[in-house]
Design a protein around this ligand. Structure first.
Ligand code: ADE
Length: 360
């Protein structure tokens, strides 16, 4: 971006803001405390909801001293319905600290203000830029969205690379001479024009600078966080047949699926065939050797944090003396008898496969 483009960016933004800004109550004041209260309320909460709360709160607690000296309960009552109540507790506590240590006034240094409970990077930058003209960019979710689109920032806003990229982008065009106006204008643009779902690009003063507008990629930015893929566990189990019955083992009462019955088996290691894993797991967990036969199918099943893919083998027992290691009981059952037992979902699917095998 050339200097001329930067100047034009700022000019267009500030002109648009002058014409289109909403006359919100906290925009009529430069009082540090009032602006602080508004910014705390506006975190995580829509402007329309905040207005009444803000006015009632300031009527009751017009300055740091009245808030600091109020009962916490009264503060919470005035916050009731606004949600995220830690904000109110922090604000109350922070007011007490300001009264004790700063005579109820704003600390001279922003970094001292940031030591107060509930005051993070955004709140500090917003309050100091709006109330005192301190040249700090206030970057909230709205502003991140606007810049992610203008510069087609490849990283999601949720990781540190994304945050760094937005910071750099904002600093490129930030207006040191009127930081409060600039910050309010960016926030307002995000709220009214560069909306999450239906951005009004035709009315946007920054569309000539916007890569997403040029490329019609508004919906692709900001990038979504890559959700971690749900891990998949590969398992092998044996249907050990003996005189018309099959073996089920019961899981220990504690832990995942405790007390449920299942076919014996377990995890397939990376360098192992499913059939080898089947024999090895049955030997380890039930103390018996089996001959692994036909693979009769595969079952997929999902749990909340992982999914399993289970290979199913018909097996013949070689030695039938069972010694259980992970389970606390075993039975030899036929289909009818198995219906009496609690069997967990994935293994019920195995029984269905077995029934089909029987009919072949
Ligand atoms: N959201 C966060 N800060 C705001 C402000 N000062 N005006 C409007 N919306 C906001």
């Amino acid at each position: 971006m050339t200097n001329q483009q930067r100047a034009q960016f700022r000019r267009r933004l500030l002109q648009w803001y002058k014409k289109n800004r909403r006359l919100l109550p906290w925009r009529k004041t430069s009082d540090f405390y009032s602006i602080w209260v508004s910014e705390v309320m506006l975190q995580q909460t829509q402007v329309v909801k905040v207005i009444d709360y803000y006015q009632r709160f300031l009527e009751q607690f017009p300055n740091v001293k009245t808030l600091a000296e109020a009962e916490l309960e009264k503060t919470l009552r005035l916050w009731q319905g606004l949600g995220y109540y830690a904000r109110a507790r922090n604000l109350h506590r922070a007011a007490q600290i300001l009264l004790d240590e700063y005579d109820g006034r704003a600390p001279n240094s922003v970094s001292d203000f940031k030591k107060l409970p509930g005051v993070g990077e955004y709140i500090a930058a917003a309050v100091y830029s709006l109330a005192k003209g301190t040249p700090l960019p206030a970057i909230d979710g709205n502003v991140k969205r606007v810049f992610a689109r203008i510069f087609e920032i490849a990283e999601p806003m949720t990781n540190s690379a994304g945050e760094r990229a937005v910071n750099q982008a904002v600093r490129l065009v930030f207006d040191d001479r009127c930081p409060g106006e600039f910050n309010q204008a960016m926030i307002e643009l995000g709220a009214l024009i560069c909306k999450p779902r239906n951005p009004r690009c035709d009315d946007c003063p920054l569309s000539p600078f916007c890569a997403s507008f040029a490329n019609s990629t508004q919906q692709d930015f900001p990038r979504k966080k890559n959700k971690n893929p749900i891990p998949e566990r590969r398992l092998a189990v044996g249907v050990i047949l003996n005189e018309g019955k099959f073996l089920l083992v019961r899981r220990n009462p504690f832990g995942l699926l405790g007390g449920f019955w299942e076919f014996p088996g377990g995890k397939i290691e990376a360098a192992e065939t499913a059939a080898d894993a089947c024999a090895r797991q049955i030997q380890a967990k039930c103390g018996i050797a089996v001959t692994v036969g036909e693979n009769i199918g595969v079952v997929k099943h999902s749990y909340s944090h992982f999914k399993i893919v289970v290979q199913i083998f018909l097996c013949q027992p070689v030695v039938a003396k069972l010694v259980l290691r992970d389970h606390d009981d075993f039975v030899w059952v036929n289909f009818v008898e198995s219906r009496e037992l609690p069997i967990h979902g994935a293994h019920l699917k195995i029984i269905e496969i077995l029934k089909k095998e029987e009919l072949k």
